[in-house]
Design a protein around this ligand. Structure first.
Ligand SMILES: [Zn+2]
Length: 166
């Protein structure tokens, strides 16, 4: 499964259309050079650190993007490494979570078209799944949830942006 928007040519070409969005993307790429890509922290074998190679302090400390997906970063006990771990999660949520739908993350109500074709307006982006998933057809999807009905579903980012243009 490809979680990385930078590796998706479709994403890049769409951003080329708008200068402002392209600047945002460049900023993300520069940031990523400093911060390694998040990884699944389920099967941790050692006290490795994503931010230094000379581990002297005990660890590990888990910096999760989401407890549900267990994606995130691992740091040793060095204060600087722990700070960078927390920063990596903050940066991810601020710029990369939900991919091109990132700007919708703090909205308390977003529009989602139901299977019936009816437009619903009391949905939110699901906090437990901030990563973009790419399905077998190369479609980028994010998870949305309707808290009042306790339901969630995966929708294409293209559709979500169409439904929430304003
Ligand atoms: Zn470290």
């Amino acid at each position: 499964m490809n979680y990385s928007s930078e590796e998706n040519p479709k994403f890049r070409s769409e951003n080329n259309k708008k200068d402002i969005e392209m600047e945002d993307l460049n900023e993300d790429i520069e940031r990523q050079e400093l911060t390694p890509h998040y990884r699944r922290l389920t099967f941790i074998q050692s006290n490795g650190c994503d931010f230094c190679t000379h581990v002297t302090k005990p660890g590990p400390y888990m910096h999760y993007i989401s407890i549900e997906t267990k994606n995130g970063w691992l740091s040793c006990g060095e204060e600087e490494c722990k700070r960078r771990g927390r920063q990596a999660v903050e940066d991810f949520m601020a710029h990369q979570a939900y991919g091109r739908a990132n700007h919708l993350k703090n909205r308390e109500s977003i529009n989602v078209k139901r299977t019936s074709g009816q437009m619903d307006n009391d949905w939110v982006l699901e906090r437990s799944y901030p990563e973009v998933q790419v399905d077998n057809n190369g479609v980028e999807k994010v998870c949305v949830t309707k808290p009042s009905a306790c339901i969630e579903k995966w929708v294409s980012i293209d559709n979500l942006l169409l439904w929430n243009e304003v």
